[in-house]
Ligand binder design. Structure first.
Ligand SMILES: [Fe+2]
Ligand SMILES: [Fe+2]
Length: 395
């Protein structure tokens, strides 16, 4: 791998230290060591060959992790930092701002519009936010405990905050105001025959937010003006923004629901496997919660005065969806094809194919508009983490 594809902090680690102890520079031990800083004797001084031997001897022990494990954990740490950043924005405007998840002061009508989907939405937003914060902190602390480099995205906190009352004015990593929300999870998890791992594709549940650029948080107070003609004075525009958020919550969390089992298949250390399975399980909790709420989005159609595009939330219990498999109160995966269509249908997470999982997650985040406005350096850094994670193999 070319040095320029390494994370910036990994490069700094390399240049900090002489590399004269490496027997064969062509084998790339210097680059490997960038992920192994402080892995005791193993990471600091051994060649690639003896490193593999040491790793082999250490199988079953929990005091060592492989280069691949580190790469997977580093990508997951970055993904969790990004999740924390976006959930923090949701919590500031539509969640519960308290000592557990501080920051912001809420947007009254946006919060009310979210509560139309479920009265507990602010609490769930708060809890999802706190969960992501703990995922981020835990993975980075674990990396440090193993002598590996933690991940920081702080240099990339450059995107603007919402200008609506209630949002903190700080630099952000993600953009929730120009989203293209992929709602195919809604039809994918209701399909009894299709599986993306077998090449199947699925229609958008809400086509109008799948293209274009739509806010999922109020951009300014103009987006949360009271409409006395509507229940609770919630305007159609405000409700459309809350509905968009309601679907986006599930879009994000179904991504984590797949990402963790996808990368789990390539970790080596049993302890890292335990971490991946344990954190991944809470992503599933999140997804199922949001899966239940999105279906409660009120029907409406409104023109966004900022973008000029029409946003429509249809009756999902009617054609082209509708029927038992598509009713809005389904929150559990319908059984579907798994591994081989000759095997019986099974209720499963999908997709779970491991090849290219990290880059796939990064591409999905990017296609959804989350990084609109981000710098080329950000994309380079994230792509590097994804490539390294996808090169990891189980040993
Ligand atoms: Fe998470
Ligand atoms: Fe998550």
């Amino acid at each position: 791998m070319a040095p320029e594809t390494l994370p910036a902090n990994a490069l700094s680690t390399v240049t900090d230290q002489p590399n004269t102890e490496h027997a064969s520079p062509s084998q790339g031990p210097v680059k490997r060591r960038s992920f192994l800083k402080g892995l005791g004797v193993v990471g600091a001084a051994l060649s690639t060959g003896s490193l593999l031997t040491a790793i082999s001897e250490a199988q079953g022990r929990n005091d060592i992790i492989t280069v691949g494990d580190v790469a997977i954990l580093r990508f997951l740490a970055a993904a969790e930092i990004l999740e924390t950043d976006l959930w923090q924005q949701y919590n500031e405007l539509g969640g519960v701002q308290d000592s557990e998840v501080p920051g912001g002061s809420g947007s009254r009508l946006y919060t009310k519009a979210l509560e139309v989907l479920d009265g507990d939405m602010p609490q769930y937003i708060h809890d999802n936010t706190e969960d992501e914060m703990t995922h981020e902190l835990f993975i980075n602390a674990y990396l440090v405990s193993k002598g590996a480099e933690p991940v920081s995205l702080d240099p990339f906190r450059t995107l603007p905050s919402s200008q609506a009352t209630g949002a903190q004015q700080i630099g952000r990593l993600t953009n929730l105001m120009q989203l293209s929300v992929d709602t195919t999870w809604y039809t994918r998890y209701r399909s009894r025959t299709g599986n993306p791992d077998l090449g199947d594709t699925f229609p958008q549940a809400i086509p109008s937010i799948g293209t274009g650029q739509h806010p999922a948080i109020p951009r300014t107070d103009d987006d949360v003006q009271a409409d006395p003609s509507k229940p609770h004075h919630i305007s159609d525009l405000t409700q459309a923004i809350a509905n968009t958020a309601g679907f986006h919550f599930a879009t994000i969390e179904q991504g984590g629901t797949s990402l963790y089992p996808q990368v789990a298949q390539r970790v080596t250390s049993l302890e890292v496997l335990r971490i991946v399975l344990s954190l991944g399980g809470t992503e599933i909790c999140h997804f199922q919660t949001w899966s239940d709420k999105a279906g409660n989005s009120p029907q409406l159609s409104v023109v966004d005065p900022v973008t000029g595009s029409t946003v429509t939330f249809p009756d999902l219990n009617s054609p082209p969806l509708g029927g038992e498999d598509f009713q809005t109160n389904l929150i559990m995966p319908e059984p579907t094809a798994f591994l081989n269509r000759n095997l019986p249908a099974c209720s499963i997470i999908r997709p779970t194919a491991t090849k290219g999982a990290a880059m796939g997650a990064l591409k999905a985040f990017t296609a959804g508009g989350l990084f609109i406005g981000q710098s080329p350096q950000f994309f380079k850094f994230m792509r590097t983490l994804a490539i390294e994670a996808d090169l990891a193999v189980r040993q």
